[in-house]
Ligand binder design. Structure first.
Ligand SMILES: [Zn+2]
Ligand SMILES: [Zn+2]
Length: 296
């Protein structure tokens, strides 16, 4: 029997609301619920899954575009939620707190925990929300990371996601469009600041660095509607990478998360060293050899 693959589907992306669905074997994880519970439930059904099957919800931070549907979703489906202490405080203040204490889990940066088959490592992100986090997910010999809402590609983020096979990363704005665009100056300064969002150029540099560390799949996310577009982001980032002899489709894959509907899934096969025995338990080849050794 072959192991089910790893599947990543951004459901919604951008300041109008963010949510990412992932499946590692039989373990389903949702990152952020920045649309209504109904919209997110429908999006999950649209991709062929059931909201009640989600094993854990990670909340990156307490901005509305990441948590507005959380309380209704959790009250309806009773799913465990993982967030930092500061994010929980923010959720309580915004009355977005789920209503069952047993489902609340307080997590800390750099302290990994497990949900189903997946090891999850939260890491700090530079953003203007207290306790904001990104996540690195590892299962079946593969690592996938999520890093959005980044003022810059910080040392912490770099350290946490280096070596991931796939990375969902923010490409929020084109610098010239932001500076010359309609935003009032304080908002421009906030977006462009060290605790704001990541511009296309900084994203391109991050992708180049990550490519060198082995990442081959990139999903651009959280694009600004006013200061970016899928075409602008793709052109700017691909131009930069072309200048460094990295060509899309040849050296790496790059997709752009849709704003209002699920994006084409990114599918990764489990590492070859993993196989499944008849009871459905999953071992690495090394563990299997140890198990066989004990039986004889
Ligand atoms: Zn934010
Ligand atoms: Zn955001």
């Amino acid at each position: 029997m072959s192991i089910p693959p790893i599947k990543i589907v951004p459901l919604f992306s951008g300041s109008s609301g963010n949510s990412v669905w992932m499946r590692f074997g039989d373990t389903r994880i949702l990152i952020d619920l920045g649309r209504t519970a109904k919209q997110i439930s429908e999006a999950i059904e649209q991709i062929g899954d059931y909201p009640s099957r989600i094993d854990g919800i990670m909340i990156t931070h307490d901005h509305t575009d990441h948590m507005s549907g959380l309380d209704v979703f959790v009250r309806k489906y009773g799913i465990h939620v993982y967030a930092s202490e500061q994010t929980w405080n923010g959720l309580r203040m915004n009355e977005r707190k789920p209503h069952s204490e047993v489902l609340d889990h307080v997590i800390e940066p750099w302290r990994s925990f497990r949900v189903g088959a997946v090891d999850i490592m939260p890491f700090p992100t530079p953003h203007d929300a207290k306790g904001s986090l990104g996540f690195r997910f590892s299962a079946f010999g593969k690592t996938v990371s999520i890093a959005t809402d980044l003022g810059y590609f910080s040392e912490d983020v770099r350290k946490a996601i280096t070596g991931s096979e796939a990375v969902l990363i923010e490409a929020n704005y084109n610098y010239d469009m932001l500076i010359n665009g309609p935003y009032p100056w304080p908002l421009k300064r906030r977006v462009n600041g060290q605790n704001g969002h990541l511009c296309n150029r900084d994203c391109a540099e991050a992708i180049r660095y990550l490519f060198d560390s082995g990442t081959r799949h990139f999903i651009l996310s959280h694009l600004s509607q006013e200061n970016n577009s899928p075409t602008v982001a793709r052109n700017e980032i691909e131009d930069y990478l072309n200048q460094h002899n990295l060509r899309s489709g040849e050296h790496y894959s790059m997709t752009i998360a849709n704003r209002y509907c699920p994006t084409e899934p990114l599918i990764l096969e489990a590492a070859k060293s993993f196989s499944e025995d008849e009871s459905g338990m999953i071992f690495s080849s090394e563990q299997r050899m140890i198990g066989l050794g004990e039986a004889t």
